[in-house]
Design a protein. Sequence first.
Length: 358
Amino acid sequence: PDWEKRVSKSARRNSASGLTVLVTGAAGFVGTHVSAALKRRGDGVLGLDNFNLYYDPNLKRARQNLLDRAGVFVVEGDINDSALLQKLFDVVPFTHVMHLAAQAGVRYAMQNPGSYVHSNIAGFVNLLEVCRSANPQPAVVWASSSSVYGLNSKVPFAEKDRTDRPASLYAATKKAGEEIAHTYNHIYGLSITGLRFFTVYGPWGRPDMAYFFFTKDILKGKTITIFEAPDHGTVARDFTYVDDVVKGCLAALDTAKKSTGSGGKKKGPAQLRILNLGNTSPVPVSKLVSILEKLLNVKAKKKLVPMPRNGDVKFTHANISIAHKVLGYRPTTDLETGLKKFVRWYLDFYSGSKKSAW
Ligand code: NAD
């Protein structure tokens, strides 16, 4: 009963027009920011996360504490647990699901392929199964990835471009998710929006991402390894600040049309969208390092090595004209401004300060 009370309280919205959102992966990097932003504007929010050990569990617990203080309860559980999901839907009539739980990272996929299949394919299907039979059916917004563009050589990447050559198993599972989304939309009338995120960074970020471990290693005086393209060309990423991505996610939830199914059957055409959420200005990794050196006031020890052939792509660059048109999405944070906020948070958090800023 106490658990149920916490679930209901967290999911209670402030106004009749507000949303009631289940956020999966809520103790993750993007999930924490999205959950807090929804709660701040008065929506009902319930988090779900399995607290997997892919990276520092203390960071996930710290994010959970932060959300707890903001009034968001994060239930500990797996998206593959149908009974748990069913129980949550029995207690709360979710209008929306923001699905951010996934096994992320491209290189880890070579050692742990099963983890990607478990969370990104089986878990996604399991979640959609519960959504399609829920009454009312929630609208689903979920994170795909720029990695679906794979070995595409045409930049900037537009949604209609080919996505048939994923460069990693991670990318393949995200691409599979898009196909699965199409099917659930087509058969069951679920309203589904897939958002292709491009290298999201910021405070409370992910320790397995370059900007994060470069910061850590530069501060420790350790040599950092920078990948060079085999042709000595530039390796660049369309780094996108987390607050910009959060705005895109909230706009996707707000513009999501209602699902049209009930009792597991489709009653009419339902909305299906796939949208890029990037920054439209790729930055070379060497430039990322020089910005960090400036912000940290430390000269980095660098080693240049050829980029591994497996997993990574050389360049990412989003065309965001569709997201701009349908979501009003317009990123406003350049890399230096965003990294300044990340570095401030990093120094605060790892100095044990109680007041870690957003
Ligand atoms: P993250 O790893 O910080 O967050 C994912 C969270 O999901 C974690 O807290 C993890 O414990 C949880 N989780 C994983 N498997 C689960 C399962 N089976 N059941 C319940 N919880 C589970 O990653 P993030 O950077 O916040 O990414 C959020 C989403 O955005 C993911 O789908 C990711 O693939 C996607 N994405 C992220 C980026 C990026 O640059 N951060 C880029 C493209 C796509």
